[in-house]
Write a protein that binds this ligand. Structure first.
Ligand code: FRU
Length: 459
């Protein structure tokens, strides 16, 4: 069941988290509290511009069936009057704590950031408690996106922030606390980045025995097939070195090789899984403003939830198994011959099982295509840019033969997971006309195609 303006959209999304209306950006405050999953998100309920950010709120028992709640946090106080910016959530002694950045524009135009918190006993209504500490010295006003976690081994809480040094370099700083309220400044957690001018939405967690840093840097130059989008989201393994962390190698790797994936945040579920949501996503401002849903009064969605693992120095991402609850009827085709699916349905899950690899093309409508070229083991995602009307591509090279491709399609969104979660891409696409999927290729193998339930967003 769809609600809000998304219900009448020409580009509906059946199972992704969207705003009711207006603009959605980063996922915030991801947490499991009293058994229920809470997803908050940056939300401008009054229009499709990046102003007036609130925390929208969705609650679920299974990350598939969602209940939409009232706005959790709205701008109101001297320390957050121009926006409740991104942040995170933790649970302590049965209380849900939300940490966020208050965005303030003074009358003379000066902009300020306050790191703030709010608490809740029921997970529905939140009490703002105000700023946590003074703005740190040595940084511009670009300090934001608190991510808080508990270290069992140190029996302490840590708070991580994205920041910009006075020399205009991207970095992250951190604080330590025993009670979530009094925080001691620890300084920069890594050495500042000489290529990025700002680091947004940092995240740090232990995964399969390795500490992993996640980050949304701004300003990285393109490198090979990487960093082709306006802003990027990267990961890299780190090790603790005194009151800092160090990169294990000097490489930042893109989390998603598609278009516009941005501002990912993770949380640890009660069963120990590390789950990620991200915003789909960040675009050049002129492309964003040309997005066809703007004329319908809404824009953007979150990704599906992805479970993370870390193996052989690489992040692996899998759609959470709960998404199988969406499955309806299934059809199976061989991958050695062409096939075509044409229907009014637009919500699908595709599972390609590759016995022996070969080149293939999968197209959706006419302009959105996934190619695999067996000669250089390249996967290419092509779509029609809705501003220029020209095709544009993103590409990655696999380091192993193709073994599997798992795709989630939802009207105007595609998420592709290949080779056991080691290579992941997502994108939006906006094309009119009937929903047709075509396959051509000579892979030995088969594909299961499920039509998926329409769930989102439940009111
Ligand atoms: C990332 C970001 C965050 C900020 C929020 C504001 O997309 O710029 O750094 O807190 O969005 O909406």
């Amino acid at each position: 069941m769809l609600d809000g303006v998304v219900a009448q959209s020409k580009y509906p999304l059946a199972y992704h988290i969207t705003p009711l209306h207006g603009l959605l950006n980063d996922p915030n405050g991801l947490v499991q509290f009293n058994g229920k999953y809470h997803v908050f998100y940056q939300w401008n309920p009054t229009g499709t511009k990046h102003i007036n950010k609130n925390w929208g709120h969705m609650v679920s028992d299974n990350m598939v069936d969602w209940e939409r709640r009232e706005i959790a946090l709205a701008p109101s106080e001297y320390y957050d009057k121009d926006g409740i910016y991104s942040g995170s959530a933790v649970v302590k002694d049965g209380i849900l704590y939300l940490f966020y950045t208050g965005n303030v524009i003074e009358e003379d135009g000066t902009k300020k950031s306050y790191q703030c918190y709010a608490t809740s006993e029921d997970g529905i209504t939140f009490d703002k408690k105000g700023p946590l500490f003074a703005h740190p010295e040595g940084f511009t006003r670009h300090v934001r996106d608190p991510k808080v976690w508990y270290s069992e081994t140190e029996a302490k809480w840590f708070l991580l922030l994205g920041a910009q040094t006075n020399e205009l370099l991207g970095t992250a700083i951190w604080y330590v606390s025993t009670n979530l309220i009094e925080w001691e400044y620890l300084g920069e957690i890594l050495s500042a980045d000489s290529e990025a001018y700002m680091w947004e939405c940092p995240d740090l967690f232990e995964l399969d025995g390795q500490w992993v840093f996640l980050l949304s840097p701004q300003g990285l130059p393109a490198k090979g097939h990487q960093f082709q989008n306006i802003y990027h989201s990267v990961y890299f393994p780190v090790v603790r070195a005194g009151s800092k962390y160090e990169m294990v190698n000097e490489k930042m790797l893109e989390i998603d090789w598609g278009f516009e994936f941005y501002a990912p945040q993770t949380f640890e579920a009660d069963d120990g899984r590390r789950i990620l949501y991200a915003w789909m996503g960040v675009m050049e401002p002129e492309v964003e403003q040309a997005t066809p849903t703007i004329s319908e009064g809404w824009i953007h969605n979150l990704t599906i939830p992805r479970e993370l693992q870390f193996e052989n120095g690489k992040l692996k991402q899998y759609p959470v198994p709960e998404l199988a609850l969406l499955r309806k009827n299934k059809t199976t085709y061989t991958l050695s011959e062409p096939w075509l699916v044409a229907s009014d349905e637009y919500a699908y899950e595709l599972l390609m099982d590759v016995e022996s690899e070969a080149s293939f093309t999968l197209s959706i409508k006419d302009g959105t295509k996934l190619f695999y070229d067996v000669k250089d083991r390249s996967l290419t995602l092509e779509r029609i840019n809705w501003l220029t009307q020209q095709p544009e591509t993103r590409k990655t090279l696999l380091d192993q033969p193709l073994t599997d491709v798992h795709i989630f399609i939802d009207g105007s969104s595609i998420e592709i997971f290949s080779n056991a979660g080691t290579s992941v891409a997502s994108a939006r696409f906006f094309e009119e006309g009937p929903f047709v999927m075509r396959y051509e290729g000579e892979i030995t193998g088969r594909i299961d195609i499920y039509e998926l339930e329409h769930k989102n967003p439940l009111s």
